[in-house]
Write a protein that binds this ligand. Sequence first.
Ligand code: ADP
Ligand code: MG
Length: 381
Amino acid sequence: MKSELRHRFRSVHGREPAVIARAPGRIEFIGNHTDYNGGTVLGAAIDRGVWVGVAPRVDGRRRFASAAMTEVVETGTDAPRPFAGKDAWANYPLGMIVSLAAAGVAIPAGFDFLAVSDLPPGAGLSSSAALELASGLACARLAGVEPPRGTLVRAARHAENHFVGVPCGILDQAVSGFGRRGHLVHIDCRGPDFMTVPLPPGTGFRIFNTHTRHALVDGLYAERHRECGEAARALGVALLADLDPAGLKARSRGLSEGLLRRASHVVGEISRVAACVAALRAGRIDDAGRLLTASHESSRTCFENSTPELDFLVEELARTPGVFGARLTGGGFGGAVMALVAEPFAPESAERVAAAYAERFGARPDVLAVSTADGASLETP
Ligand code: ADP
Ligand code: MG
């Protein structure tokens, strides 16, 4: 990707990048809808991501380009304001600059910028966080600094929440920032606190992207968010993460059947994350895999954020040799299924699952092989 970045930079900006940074995409390993409930989640930084090159300009203009976009987005020296319409993608790097400035990292106005990416669009692999982290790291280098990871991660989330206007949690940015090859990133969303957990060697991932998306997905997320808050209030706690499964059981009398199912998913999921960390630390990969499949089952029956397409893939994968476990990854209501596999994983096995899906639903899912990778880094230009 680096040579492509250099090549594109030359053809768009007519010179060499002075700084290059990359940041990985991520998968949600386990911990579904736990973030806004104050819970924990495990993610993996992957070996695909976004690369950003920058070079300073003396005229104070910022010229944003991306290999994925046809036009250069330009701003003057005045205070940055969010773009609308087709230029809105530039809000990710521009928002990063605004958020870093608020965190005390002043980035000099005046640079040429270019992003290239090998993250497939719409696969839920968090290209937005990768773009933010790579942009922040590259632009801060122009100011001669490398901000602490925590600062970078928080600035990226702040940019996405307040400049781009997406109310995301900290998962995407934290995994892209704190990722480590051969490891998962564990996030306690309440701190937030971050740590890495080793993933046993000889494992990898396959992502099956269905390209389906529930028409009402945004409204459904908001509804789940509201239901979780309502359940917490009815249970007398500030956040569902304040309860463990026994605590939930003890307090659940009088809670409606529907809200109890939502709460059971979140509380159960948080305990599955903890069990998964213990299993991975002990090298019990089979147990970790079973927890993934149990997470999906809870999404299907309790949180009702799965779909027939996702269920079909998980069922097929669960009976495929070399698969430790599989689950929907991300918010649900469509999107992708992730499988934890033993490497090398037979291509025929992935093909069999994709073909069975195509026969049932009339369209093939994309299958992507990914492995863990390090978090955002500066690269030699
Ligand atoms: P995800 O983060 O799951 O990939 P989002 O909707 O959060 O999906 O972010 C996707 C948006 O991020 C795109 O619509 C675009 O605005 C921006 N983006 C991501 N990668 C690039 C890129 N390489 N070039 C320009 N914009 C990008
Ligand atoms: Mg995103």
